[in-house]
Design a protein around this ligand. Structure first.
Ligand code: NAI
Ligand code: MG
Length: 482
């Protein structure tokens, strides 16, 4: 194996860009309030286990207050405001997020463990782009082909995961506000800090009180929000397991829901693919954001006759992945988000060994403190292996092979999920054929993990219900719209 060409000097982004309070209350009705329920929990930096702040666990009475604030804001202010005015607030939020982009990026990397290169160049710019995009829609909903004067649901309860905290917040809040709904949002318990910074942005934008409420807490708080009778619609991103619980608990309540759940995407490399580009796409597909990505290309399916060549190039490329300090601008792979997620990745990887697949990682030194996992591939994987079926949600790639294009499609579709897929081929007709045959909501050809606010995102089967982004995403926040 090739040695690393040279060592890099450390290039850390300044932490002084952010000021983190020792503890946070809840953001309800436009101001910070102390929770009625006194319990607090810590959010840590997963790269070194340092406690960053103490966060409030919102209880039932806190959820009540937040839902009431959202309802009052909906009836008294937001639903009465001309759509053009609503749009102005969204534009203002988008601009403030851009102005405070470095602060958001550093805070995201500290709380989540993702490399600053990604939070700075992907998460935060895309979050701002979602607000800009939806700001433009606010006064044009009558022309979106979604029916005549489509109406908002009212109060929306939104629950987001820890893998893209501020980006998922934007995916949820921007379309909800643009369509005239008000919001109670609960960030994930390991990554609440950028949502709490966003509360400050709402204040700075002089958003009317109660239009956005941010409450923190774990799954118990999430479940209280889902089951609150004052909530008209639920938007959730997270595990399929919790998505199923939510679907069950809102059945026959009349609440509508969008559920963005897990995935086990196939990334298919055909024999005529441009191999070097495909290798870059494979690396981006599985190692972006430590593989904590619902649409990650976690099942690589390679045509048998090019398997050895792809594998050799992939290993050479993986040896160059820099693992370490998320705040270092040269880091490619940061920390695993939590001890619990690390345990899950280890458990599934051990199952891969036990079931007879072959594990390989490049030589790399992992930091002593914090939660870390080396970039890893498994070859010799068969469809019955757990690592081919279950979402690992970490930097672990399962590699399978195929002989005929038909076999590639059968393997790719052999999953309870259906969120995304990738195709690598130089042949246009093959790309069109394969994308028609693949049962996945998003299909990338000769690229991977490309996101855009104008493009709808969502899955089939156990990957969830509904779409976010684009015109389809607006429909989810409007009554009776298709
Ligand atoms: P999770 O689904 O428990 O957490 C996601 C969000 O849901 C968090 O805000 C959490 O507080 C909330 N939540 C938990 N239980 C709830 C309930 N009963 N009612 C309402 N809200 C609830 O996911 P977790 O435990 O953090 O991760 C477990 C696995 O889920 C991961 O290993 C990964 O495979 C998958 N996952 C998928 C995500 C995706 O983007 N599709 C995101 C996060 C996790
Ligand atoms: Mg944290």
């Amino acid at each position: 194996m090739d040695k690393k060409p040279f060592e890099y000097a450390p290039a850390p982004e300044s932490r002084a860009l952010v000021s983190i309070k020792p503890q946070y209350g809840l953001f309800i009705n436009g101001s910070w309030v102390e929770p009625l329920f006194k319990e607090k929990f810590a959010t840590i930096n997963p790269a070194n286990e340092e406690v960053l702040s103490k966060i409030s666990q919102a209880g039932k009475s806190d959820v009540d207050r937040a839902v009431k604030a959202a309802r009052d804001a909906y009836t008294k202010t937001w639903s009465k405001m001309p759509a053009k005015e609503r749009g102005k607030y969204l534009f203002r939020i988008a601009r403030i997020m851009q102005e405070r982009a470095r602060e958001f990026a550093v805070l995201e990397s500290l709380d989540n463990g993702k490399p600053i290169r990604e939070s700075r160049d992907v998460d935060v710019p895309l979050a701002a782009a979602h607000f800009f995009y939806h700001a433009g829609w606010a006064d044009k909903l009558d022309y979106a082909g979604l029916g005549n004067s489509p109406k908002p649901h009212g109060v929306v309860g939104q629950i987001i995961p820890w893998n893209f905290p501020v980006l998922m917040l934007a995916w949820k809040i921007a379309p909800a506000l643009a369509t005239g709904n008000t919001v109670v949002l609960k960030p994930a318990e390991t990554t609440p800090l950028t949502a709490l910074l966003f509360a400050e942005v709402c204040q700075q934008a002089e958003l009317p009180a109660g239009v956005v409420n941010i409450i923190t807490g774990d799954g118990v708080t999430g479940s209280t929000l889902v089951n609150h009778p004052g909530v008209d619609k639920i938007a959730f991103t997270g595990s399929t397991e919790v998505g199923k619980l939510i679907a069950r608990s809102i059945a026959v309540t009349g609440k509508s829901a969008t559920l963005e759940l897990g995935g086990k995407a196939a990334n298919i490399v055909f024999e005529d693919a441009a191999i070097d580009q495909a290798v870059e796409g494979i690396v981006n597909g599985i190692f972006f954001n430590q593989g904590h990505v619902c649409c990650a290309g976690s099942r690589l399916i390679i045509q048998e006759n090019i398997h050895d060549e792809v594998l050799e190039k992939l290993k050479r490329r993986m040896a160059l992945i820099r693992v370490g300090d998320p705040l270092d601008k040269n880091t490619d792979l940061g920390a695993i988000n939590s001890a619990a997620q690390l345990a899950k990745i280890k458990e599934l990887s051990t199952a891969g060994d036990a079931e007879g697949a072959f594990r390989w990682s490049p030589e790399c030194e992992l930091p002593k403190k914090g939660f870390w996992f080396a970039p890893t591939i498994f070859t010799g994987v068969t469809q019955s292996h757990r690592i081919a079926r279950e979402e690992i949600f970490g930097p672990v790639l399962s590699i399978l092979t195929f002989r005929t294009p038909q076999e590639a499609i059968e393997k790719a579709n052999n999953t309870p999920y259906g969120l995304s897929a990738g195709i690598w081929s130089e042949k246009g007709s093959r790309i069109l054929w394969a994308s028609k045959e693949l049962k996945a909501g998003v299909i990338w050809a000769n690229t991977f993990n490309k996101f855009d606010p104008a493009s709808p995102f969502g899955g089939y089967k156990e990957s969830g219900w509904g779409r976010e982004g684009g015109r389809h995403g607006l429909a989810a926040y409007l009554k009776g719209a298709k």
